[in-house]
Design a protein around this ligand. Sequence first.
Ligand code: UT7
Length: 328
Amino acid sequence: MSIKAAITAVGAYLPEFKLTNKVLETMVDTSDEWITTRTGIKERRILKEKGAGVSTMGIKAAQQVLDKRGISPKDIEVVIFCTVTPDMPVANTAAYVISEMGMTNAFGYDLQAACSGFLFGLTTGAQYIESGRYKKVLIVSGDKMSSIIDYTDRTTCVIFGDGCGAVLLEPNEEGLGMQDSILRSDGVGRQFLNIKAGGSMYPPSKESVELGQHFVHQEGQQVFKFAVTNMAEVSAQIMERNNLVSDDVAWLVPHQANKRIIDATAKRMGLEASKVMLNIDRYGNTTNGTLPLCLWDYEDRLKKGDNLILAAFGGGFTWGAVYLKWAI
Ligand code: UT7
């Protein structure tokens, strides 16, 4: 049997501070009722410590993975850090995690695929394992969204939160682990969800700061239309091409952007709500963090051999689905 790449440990870190809908009501013109019915979110976590970046959360999530698996940092060979909020532009966040944690035998890099980052990172990491050349690949995935959100913009500040997860990929010879993936990208979406300034096209300037162009801009309805269609489509497609019917799927692990998008995806797959991982109410949209945080939250309910479909949609646009058999 060929070597498959399986998740063998899951870790996570969530900042302690909870920003509730009630508090947001005092900050912008919104209501708990609007946020709950339109998105499903009740509260989100915010990383408050001065000087703390996404690596602060990533290191804690990665340490939990090492502790749970009982291995040393020196055992790790590859680190892929999926994020849209690296500690700094240019300086690689994965490299910092590697040196801070003493992963002296590892190389690593950051991967930016917006909210689909974990799926793209998982698929990339699996290739290292399946090639037979690497035995321990760490995927760290999360964001400090509070660093790029304008807390006077009610269309975005109610949605996003901070958090980070991490998973270890190792070879599996029992046929468990990654089975299939469908990854998609379409630049038609970049006008609807972006940070306009601060990149090479519109470098930072006094004017760009004054215009708030370093914050996330989202045309929610436009993104919603693409997300709801494409996330459902790709999830149904991965089931079909692997001859899976709804009874075969133990869990849908959906990106937590909006409960309505999640419900539509589950409906298209013919899955009842009890098979759908959901934590958007507690963490909001943590961008690269949502999928590993779901796995971490639901880990004690997962059984070896369970069929999981992971699905995400994000800026760019990027989207995709992964089919894996749980191996722990
Ligand atoms: O994770 C990356 C991918 N992102 C997504 O998948 C997000 C996709 N989009 C969405 O989830 C939804 O579009 C949102 C949750 C962002 C917005 O929900 P919506 O149902 O699409 O609302 P809308 O943008 O159509 O706005 C409806 C109304 C507007 O008022 P009018 O024009 O009808 O008077 C908005 O100004 O709701 C207003 N509104 C708000 N009201 C209270 C917008 N934000 C708020 C708010 N509180 N926070």
